[in-house]
Design a protein around this ligand. Sequence first.
Ligand SMILES: C[S@@+](CC[C@H](N)C(=O)[O-])C[C@H]1O[C@@H](n2cnc3c(N)ncnc32)[C@H](O)[C@@H]1O
Length: 299
Amino acid sequence: MFFKLIVCIQSLYNERKMEEINKDQKAFWSGKGGEIWVTKQDSMDIMLSPLGEEAIKKLNLSSNENVLDIGCGCGSTTISIANEILNNGTISGIDISIPMIEKAKRSVNDLSISNIDFFVKDVQTENLGKNIFSSAYSRFGVMFFDDPFKAFSNILTSLKESGKLSFVCWQSPKLNPWQSLSVQAVREFIDLPSPPKRNPGPFAFQEKDYVNDILKKAGFKDIQIDDFQREIDMFYGKALEEAAEDYLSINPVITEMLKESSQEIRKSVSDSLIEAFRPFYNENRLTFPSATWIVSARK
Ligand SMILES: C[S@@+](CC[C@H](N)C(=O)[O-])C[C@H]1O[C@@H](n2cnc3c(N)ncnc32)[C@H](O)[C@@H]1O
C-alpha cells in the first residue's frame, strides 16, 4: 500500500514536471511568436529559404523517403520537400505551435497535397515513433529545447538504421548583423535582457563544439558541422522606414518593451534602427551577411 502511494506521488510529480518542460517555448510559439510567424511567413521564407536549402542538399533525398521535419512551423519547408522531391515518399511536420500547425494544415488542404502529415507535438518529450524516418530535417527548429540532448535522443530513436539528419542553425549574433546591429541600436534606449548563450532561443547553437557534443552524446555518428556564410534579403519590397518598423514588430521582447515606453523613446528607437539599417538597404530590401552552421549526421 505504502509502495503504491509512493509510486502514485512520484508519477503525479513527474506529470507536473512534464508540464514544466519547454513551458515558456510552448507559450511563446502558440502565442506572440506563433502569431508573428503566421502573418509574416512569406517574408521569413525569403530570408531563410537559401539557408534551409543548403541543409536539404546535405540529405541527398530520394523520391521515396519518409522524412521528418522538426519544428516545421507553418510548413513551408515540409511542403517544398513534398512537392519538389518526394514523388513516392511521405513527410511528417512536427511542431509545438498550435497556430503554426493550423496554418500548415490549411496550406496543405489548399494545395491538395496528400503525402504530408502535420502534428502538434513536442519533439523533446513526445513519442515520435521508433525506426520510422529515413531522414530528419530542420530549418531553424532545433534550438529551442530545454534539454537538447533528450530531444536529439528522441529524434535518433525515430530514425531508421543509418537514417540521416541535417539542419541549419545560426552562428553567433556577431556574425549575423541583422540581429546584433538591431539589438545594439535598440539597447541605446531600452534595457534589453541578455540571456546566457545556450538558453533556448535562436542562438542557442552558436557554439560548434556544443552542437557536436549534443549529437555525439545523443548517439549520432559521422557528425559534420559546416560553416555557411551568405547574404540574406529581409523585408523585401519595403521602404527603409517600413523595414525598421517591421523589425520592431517581429521581435516580441522589443514590442512588449516599447509598449511600456514613452512616445519619445519609441521614436528614438525607430530612428536609431533606421540609421543602423541604412548601409544595408538597397533598392527595395535589406541585404545582410549571415553565418549559419549546416549540421549533418547519421544514426
Ligand atoms: C524559428 S521557427 C522555424 C519554423 C520553420 N522551421 C521555418 O523555418 O519556417 C522555430 C520553430 O520551432 C518550433 N519548436 C520550438 N520548440 C519545439 C519543440 N520542443 N518541439 C517541436 N517544435 C518546436 C517552434 O514552434 C517554431 O515553429
